[in-house]
Design a protein around this ligand. Sequence first.
Ligand code: AMP
Ligand code: MG
Length: 315
Amino acid sequence: MKNIYSNIFSFNKKTLNKSVASLKKGNVVGLPTETVYGLAGNAYSKKAVKKIYSMKKRPKKNPLIVHYLNHTDADKDVILNNDFYRLYKIFCPGPITFVLKKKNKSKIQSLVAANLDSLAIRFPSHTTTRSVLKRLNFPLAMPSANMASGISPVNAYDVANEFKKKIELVINGGDSKIGLESTVISLIDKPQILRPGVIGLKTIDKFLKVKIIKTNSSIRSPGMMKKHYSPGIPVILNQKSAKENCALITFGKRYKDRPNFFNLSKNSDLKEAASNLYKTFRKIKNQGYKKIHVVKIPNKDIGIAINDRLKRASN
Ligand code: AMP
Ligand code: MG
């Protein structure tokens, strides 16, 4: 049988060299991170950045997150302030993205930040992507490796299925441990959460007072579209049941095993549920269901991030 995944490679010295060479040429590659898989390209290269937007069919007004090895590298492009250093010490490398003021002399392509004067930066902890970053003298613009407004990929096969032969290389780094996108926090003025993630407001607030935003965060975060993270079929929230031809996403042990029931976590573990969310969306879609019902998910801790994604998926 022909291997349809001929563009997926396991991580070793040879494939590390191959991805580094590809990135240096301005090409894009699929890389694993602890949150979701990314579509990576040189953030200083117009060719690479344009390619990322066009492959994803991403609206140009939705800025990309730039990934660095450490704060010394990030210091070349953004103004790092005290709030940043406080959170960096505790949470980095890890699943948190900081929006900061871009430096005038930064070489970041203006398209990366959708022509804003701010920039979103992150320090991924996945060892594979860190090994790649160590070999480069430029940072990586790296949005999730999926078509715009769809579900983020949580393993190398998801990435290959999204882009087929259009992506030359995806490094297989196993399942993304977290399975949901990073927390995005703006540190330009008073700290504000722009996108909830596994590192919650309560946790951050222990180290840094966070301003709660009541207005629509899309003002500060142009990419936070109302419709996003969508599996491409209707998603209906806060349901208790579903007919046989409709999938029901459940949570907790009170739900029986039925062919159309998909449990995010029998142990009512919100972390486990988060890591299963996108996997479950893809599974349901692949099984041909035309509609998804979802039971109520507790709106605490990482449940807040799960509900944020579910709400957008249902729009
Ligand atoms: P994704 O790369 O798909 O995980 O999405 C990145 C998200 O980061 C976008 O949806 C934006 O909401 C946010 N973001 C990126 N750059 C900025 C920025 N300069 N200002 C505010 N939010 C940003
Ligand atoms: Mg995305």
